[in-house]
Design a protein around this ligand. Structure first.
Ligand code: O7M
Length: 211
């Protein structure tokens, strides 16, 4: 089974479906984020599932009070999303509201440089939250493999470590898998390349070689 998640951050429905179709053989799941949901609507979720047969992860990075998280998550799970990504810093009640509705992934540390300012200082607390709630997985930064190792070492074994930041943001497949990542998320290096299928295949082979 592949450990590669495609971050399908395009606006247009047709383009999204075409890239998904071309790359599906090499993916574990497709992640949809606000650009695609704003550009194409929630209906893109069942369409992607039908087109590829793959799970869809809705990367909403939910960060609201429990009731609002619930109102949003219920519609997105209803649309067919298999997983929803939520922020943990808003507190356990807000995350629980999502987890009660379906499989959830919690952000414990982000991949961009600015994550050092506010998220990294509270990562330990977010790991504790994840260990207490036992979500499907957590998000950790492929751009900082030493932080992936640290997060993996503190997390309960059953919780998956999912890492964005490979490729365009500078993260390397081998380093992040060695650090303990279970899945890697790749966006621009696939969807913005001249040949998305070939780019996905190359990354898939690299992941396989390191796994
Ligand atoms: O490979 P890229 O850089 O084009 O895309 C990375 C994707 O992962 C993109 O959809 C980002 O929104 C997402 N992401 C990060 O890049 N960094 C993070 O820390 C967290 C995420 C993410 O997926 O959060 C759930």
């Amino acid at each position: 089974m592949s450990s590669l998640i495609l971050a399908l951050d395009v606006y247009e429905r047709e383009r999204a479906l075409e890239i998904a179709r071309e790359t599906a053989d090499y993916l574990w799941a497709i992640k949809v984020n606000w650009p695609l949901l704003i550009g194409s609507g929630l209906g893109i979720i069942p369409e992607l599932k039908e087109e590829t047969g793959l799970p869809v992860i809705a990367d909403l990075k939910l960060a609201d009070i429990p009731n609002t998280n619930r109102l949003i998550a219920s519609k997105v799970f209803e649309a067919g999303s298999d997983y929803i990504i939520a922020h943990g810093f808003v507190g356990s009640d807000s995350v629980r509201a999502v987890m009660e509705l379906g499989k959830t992934i919690i952000v414990v540390e982000m991949s961009h440089p600015g994550a050092r300012e506010f998220i990294q200082p509270v990562t330990d607390g977010l790991i504790e939250l994840a260990n207490q709630l036992e979500p499907f997985g957590v998000i950790a930064p492929a751009t900082r493999p030493e932080r992936v190792s640290y997060i993996r070492s503190k997390l309960k074994p059953g919780i998956k470590v999912i890492t964005p930041g490979v490729g365009a943001q500078g993260g390397k497949v081998g380093e992040v898998l060695k650090a303990g990542a279970d899945y890697i998320i790749v966006g621009r290096s696939i969807y913005a390349s001249d040949n998305p299928r070939e780019s996905a295949r190359r990354i898939y082979e690299e992941v396989k070689a390191w796994s």
